[in-house]
Design a protein around this ligand. Structure first.
Ligand SMILES: [Zn+2]
Length: 146
């Protein structure tokens, strides 16, 4: 800074100078290029700050790790992972009660019925063959007699 006046331009733009100080500062700025640029820069900064929206300062800064952000036990119930695990567990329990496994007595009854049917079919077939054999035998006996 080449200017020897050493004027507090921040105090000037913030209105912290007396009227006489302000007047002499203005008179100096009119003749000093360097101070005019300094003043212009400060005024731009101030007007830019004035355009910013005022926001309420947060009363407390919270971190993600704070217990405040941890879900409550009932909120955990609605997380997708936990909910799907519950549905799966319920399905397993329901399946266990709904289907009590294979009914062994019913299976044995079906097997017995199938075996009985096979035996009957074989008996019918056997009787048929027996009759055929008897007829063939009688036919042979008659042939010998003639
Ligand atoms: Zn100056």
């Amino acid at each position: 800074m080449n200017c020897s006046q050493n004027i507090d331009w921040k105090a000037y733009v913030l209105g912290e100078m007396s009227e006489s100080e302000k007047r002499s500062a203005s008179a100096h700025a009119a003749s000093c290029q360097e101070c005019r640029e300094e003043l212009a820069g400060l005024q731009i900064t101030l007007s830019t700050l004035a355009t910013l929206r005022e926001e309420e300062v947060p009363r407390r800064i919270a971190f993600v790790s704070d217990p405040v952000f941890e879900p409550k036990w009932w909120q955990r119930l609605f997380t997708p992972t936990f909910a799907s695990a519950c549905v799966l567990a319920a399905a397993i329990v329901f399946h266990a009660y709904a289907n009590k496994g294979p009914d062994e007595a019913a299976i044995q009854a079906r097997i017995d019925k199938a075996v009985d049917k096979q035996m009957q079919d074989r008996m019918v077939l056997f009787e048929q063959k027996d009759r055929q054999f008897a007829q063939a035998y009688m036919a042979a006996v008659n042939l010998v007699r003639e």
